[in-house]
Design a protein around this ligand. Structure first.
Ligand code: SF4
Ligand code: SF4
Length: 169
């Protein structure tokens, strides 16, 4: 597996090839088979990966906290809703959701854990979404994750091999 610090650089080197493979999948892959391939690789690779040693997703994005999580998150941290928002969050211009004030995410602890524990947002639990359905229609989201997440990077490389997609490096 590629070290977390090298993902962005290595994905950058493969940018053209990765976009071409997206087009290849769009034209050739069966939707259900592709979902099964993604899900299998996701399970296999995450089972043996310790995310607390990476945390690229928490470092490279703002945390995104939906409105419906605010009450539970505040309770979990022993704060009022107002204290939680004032200390950590910024409301999105369109309203209804919040991001953390800073990137890396304000809830990322030094040891790589999340201060919100099991209360962390669903989107964080699901990231990089490689086991979610309809990947064929979300390949740009996969390409984005490939630039951040070592596991998503490895999944995409393995899929290239499974499809016999030619390397041009
Ligand atoms: S989900 Fe991906 S980017 Fe996030 S910590 Fe785990 S391996 Fe790293
Ligand atoms: S809320 Fe937690 S899991 Fe989500 S980005 Fe912030 S530190 Fe990471």
């Amino acid at each position: 597996m590629i070290p977390p610090r090298k993902v962005k650089f290595e994905a950058g080197k493969r940018e053209h090839e990765n976009i071409e493979f997206r087009t290849f999948l769009k034209c050739n892959a069966d939707e259900q088979t592709l979902d099964e391939q993604f899900a299998k690789l996701h399970k296999e690779l995450f089972e043996n990966y310790d995310c607390s040693r990476c945390r690229n997703c928490c470092k490279m994005y703002y945390g995104a906290i939906p409105q419906e999580d605010i009450e539970a998150d505040a309770k979990y941290l022993g704060l009022t809703k107002e204290e939680l928002i004032g200390a950590y969050l910024r409301e999105q211009p369109e309203g209804g959701s919040y991001t953390t004030k800073h990137k890396p995410c304000d809830f990322l602890e030094e040891d790589g854990s999340c201060r919100l524990g099991e209360c962390r947002p669903k989107s964080c639990k699901q990231y990089p979404y490689t086991d979610q359905p309809e990947r064929l229609h979300s390949l740009y989201s996969v390409l984005e994750a490939v630039e951040v997440c070592p596991v998503a990077f490895e999944i995409y490389e393995r899929l290239k091999k499974e499809y016999g997609f030619g390397y041009r490096r």
